[in-house]
Design a protein around this ligand. Structure first.
Ligand code: SME
Length: 149
């Protein structure tokens, strides 16, 4: 849960961080992870053909650096062309575990001109860590990242 005041403060800070960073995608992810402690892992996957390829991330190493469309939560979001909030990953049949402690997940698509070019994926250790306020914030970040390069 992210309050409107927290979101406003974060988005102001994001602009100044993006202004002074060379790897701006990584800097944006680091800022999210440092400001909101329910994000135990956050990364960007870029869509290359039919494969999601892991870009910058903050958190433990993951073996899921390439995910096909339809696989896992990440690939399902692409297949269904929608953002996904997973309340409890133990209820997802095709879930791909990055960490044994993960209980919830959010995926927000990154679009350019209406076309999906990637996604922001985040994991939390609590059941129900993410809600519509996270989706709203990550949607703004996704729009910002989409316009970077
Ligand atoms: N859990 C994701 C895989 C990516 S990791 O969370 C970093 C999935 O099911 O697609």
């Amino acid at each position: 849960m992210i309050s409107n005041a927290q979101a406003t403060a974060f988005l102001n800070e994001l602009e100044s961080v993006l202004d002074r960073s060379s790897d701006r995608v990584a800097a944006a992810l680091q800022l999210i992870a440092s400001r909101f402690d329910h994000y135990q892992w956050i990364g960007v996957y870029w869509l290359e053909g039919t494969t999601l390829v892991l870009g910058p991330y903050v958190g433990p190493h993951t073996e899921h650096d390439r995910i096909e469309i339809g696989q896992g939560v990440c690939g399902t979001a692409i297949a269904e062309d929608t953002n996904l909030i997973v309340h409890d990953v133990r209820n997802v049949e095709n879930y791909l575990a990055c960490s044994l402690t993960t209980r919830s997940e959010i995926v927000v698509l990154i679009r350019r001109g209406g076309e999906v070019i990637g996604q922001i994926d985040a994991d939390g250790d609590e059941v129900g860590a993410f809600d519509r306020s996270d989706e709203a914030l990550l949607t703004v970040v996704a729009e910002r990242l989409s316009s970077l390069n």
